[in-house]
Each structure stands twice: as C-alpha cells, then as structure tokens.
Design a binder for this molecule. Structure first.
Ligand SMILES: [Zn+2]
Length: 293
C-alpha cells in the first residue's frame, strides 16, 4: 500500500506545497507504506516545472518509489474507466456552458457550485440537436446527493456529491476522474493533501466505490497562509526554494522552518520521520511571512 504526492507542473512548488509533500511523505513512511510520485500534467503544464519540482522535493529529503507516474501517459487507463461507467449507464453528455451552469446553480433551489443535472433530462432528439452546436462533456449520473468519508484529522466528513464531470468537453479526462482512477490503480490507500481539497473527498470517494475501489484513508492538512491569513501564493514574495535561495536560505533551512511549524524538534527529514506523530499535528494554518531583506 502507498501514500502519494501529486503535484501539477504549472510552476515551482511554494513552501506550503513543500510542507504538504513532507507531511504526505511522513504519513506514508511512518505507517510502513510506500510513497508514490504522480505528476498531474493533463492541464497547465509549464516546461521544466516537473523537473524543478522533483528536484526541490528531493532537496528536502523526500524520496519516492519509482517510477514517477505521468497522467499524460495514462489516457488509455482513464478511457477504460469511463467505458466501464458508460457500459453501466452511469454517464451522460452535458452541453451546458459555464454560464448556464452558474445561472442554474444560482436559481432558488440551486446549490452553489452544484451541477443541477440539466442535461440528464434531455431527450435523444435534444441531445442530437445540441451535439451539432458544441462538443459535450461527459458527466457521472450520480446515485447519491452526499457521501461520507473518514479523515484522520477531521474525523467523519459528509459532503455533497453532484453529477461531476468525468471528461471535459475538450476530451481531456477531468481532474476528479484521473485522481480516483490513479489512486486505485497505483494501490494508493492513503491520501494526504491540503484541506482546501476536503470538500472534494466525498465525490472522489463515491466515484472510487463505483469503480470497485475502496476509498483511501484521508488526511487533509492545514495549509500555509500569508501574514493576512490568506492562502499562500506566489505573489506573496519569496515562497519557493529558488526565491528563498536569494535570501540565503538553504533547503535545510526550509526543512527546519517546516519542522518548527509542526512543533517538531528535528532539523531534517529523517529526524522528522522518527519524531512524527499524526495526533500531535497542529490543526491551524501555518503563517509564513517571506523574508524581505
Ligand atoms: Zn449540462
């Protein structure tokens, strides 16, 4: 069984991403699991970012079990999963524009961000008409409104499940589908990631059950925030290893800062792994104020 880290190669990882990666690695290794590295490169790829991200993770002392898995090389696997769901009548075409979805969701009985199932009710004739207008996305015909997951830090968490997109209307497998298929296929049974993704866990876990997989154990960890309490971002200043190097920070300095943020005395990844205790993790965000001089 495995834990994993799954970066999107859209740019350099910032200190919050690196901290989450270190946590995912500690959760996996301390529980006797292997650790997988998966590059989520179906979208927003910046040339060279993947190599830099892996180098930065290694510089912190994180190791993983080869090979590095690239989502872009797994399109046939996602297509198989979609076929399985299609064969069971669990999909339908959706022709809605973003605007139509936003309008429907803001209707009196709409749920914000929740797809109201408009296209599920189309007749075959209406479908044929709309196919001539624009390419369809493929959605899951969900059989539930909500689903419950277990999270090591948040306990029992119940969240909404809607008719999520499986394949985008440009033919690219949707994020939720790829994540669920990959975790199941890669024997990932422990998912540690930022708590901004907690709300996605119920729909992903539900989709996993439809594909015959057991949902993973989740641990959604607190994110890094800036001095104003907002989620840390590149615009906050020196937040990547390359930026921090300009202020004299080494990777070891960052590991020490992350250890401090977790209330750990260790100064390197191996020592942190020895000291790691999930129950002792802080539940509040890490305030990171980038150096300025
Ligand atoms: Zn639709």
């Amino acid at each position: 069984m495995f834990g994993r880290y799954a970066p999107s190669p859209s740019g350099d990882l910032h200190v919050g991403n690196l901290r989450t990666a270190l946590l995912a690695w500690m959760f996996a290794r301390s529980s006797g699991r292997g650790f997988r590295m998966r590059v989520e490169d179906l979208d927003r790829v910046r040339p060279g970012a993947q190599e830099q991200q892996l180098a930065d993770l290694a510089a912190l002392g994180i190791d993983w079990d080869p090979p590095v898995v690239l989502q872009s090389e797994r399109l046939a696997v996602y297509a198989d999963a979609v076929s399985t769901l299609e064969a069971r009548g669990l999909t339908y075409e959706c022709f809605c524009t973003r605007r139509e979805i936003a309008e429907a969701a803001s209707a009196p009985h709409g749920v914000p961000g929740h797809y109201p199932g408009t296209c599920r009710r189309l007749t075959e004739e209406q479908r044929a008409e709309r196919r001539a207008e624009r390419p369809a996305a493929l959605r899951l015909a969900s059989g539930v409104d909500q689903f419950t997951v277990r999270d090591l830090l948040h306990g029992t968490y119940t969240g909404p499940v809607d008719d999520l997109v499986l394949v985008r209307n440009d033919g690219v497998p949707a994020y939720n589908l790829a994540v669920v298929v990959d975790d199941a296929e890669m024997d990932v049974d422990q998912v540690v990631r930022g708590d901004d993704l907690l709300a996605s866990a119920p729909r992903q876990a539900y989709l996993a059950t439809l594909l015959g997989a057991v949902p993973p154990h989740y641990a959604h960890v607190a994110l890094a925030v800036n001095g104003l309490g907002k989620r840390l971002a590149k615009r906050d200043g020196a937040v990547t290893l390359a930026d921090l190097a300009l202020y004299g920070w080494t990777p070891a300095d960052l590991v020490a800062a992350i250890a401090d943020s977790l209330g750990m005395a260790a100064r390197d990844a191996v020592g942190m792994l020895d000291e790691f205790d999930p129950a002792a993790l802080p539940r509040t965000p890490w305030v990171f104020v980038p150096p300025t001089g």
